[in-house]
Design a protein around this ligand. Structure first.
Ligand code: 5GP
Ligand code: ZN
Length: 111
């Protein structure tokens, strides 16, 4: 999708601190980190939200998010895996992404 910022990152048109890439997924650090560890895992195809994603892709996304979280040092103390969705979820980029946050104690519930 031409006006999607994450599609532009996938295409290499916008720089990002990439952590992992395969045929289906890309992971990169969030430009505005909310914790010492904060990265995003996205599908390479433009899927707007979790509501449009199929089961296999969701499995791949979450499994890779978990794997990278462990790699980033969140295996012992954990962290948070977040998928914001549409208006009420506060989604600001309409390309499905899993946030992974860790490296500090995170508050709950969200505001
Ligand atoms: P949302 O609010 O949609 O769940 O999260 C979007 C996330 O994407 C935000 O945490 C924001 O900081 C991040 N983000 C937005 N634009 C860019 C960008 O150009 N590069 C990177 N690395 N992250 C971005
Ligand atoms: Zn996109």
């Amino acid at each position: 999708m031409t006006d999607c910022i994450f599609c532009k990152i996938i295409a290499g048109e916008i720089p990002a601190q990439k952590m992992y890439e395969d045929d289906d997924l890309l992971a990169f650090r969030d430009v505005n980190p909310q914790a010492p560890v904060h990265f995003l895992v996205i599908p390479k195809t433009h899927i707007p939200t979790i509501l449009e994603a199929e089961a296999g892709l969701l499995g791949k996304l979450l499994f890779k998010a978990r794997e990278l979280a462990v790699q980033e040092g969140c295996g012992e103390r954990g962290g948070r895996f977040v998928i914001n969705c549409r208006e009420d979820g506060g989604q600001t980029v309409d390309h499905l992404h899993v946030h992974v946050l860790g490296g500090r104690s995170l508050g709950w519930p969200p505001g």
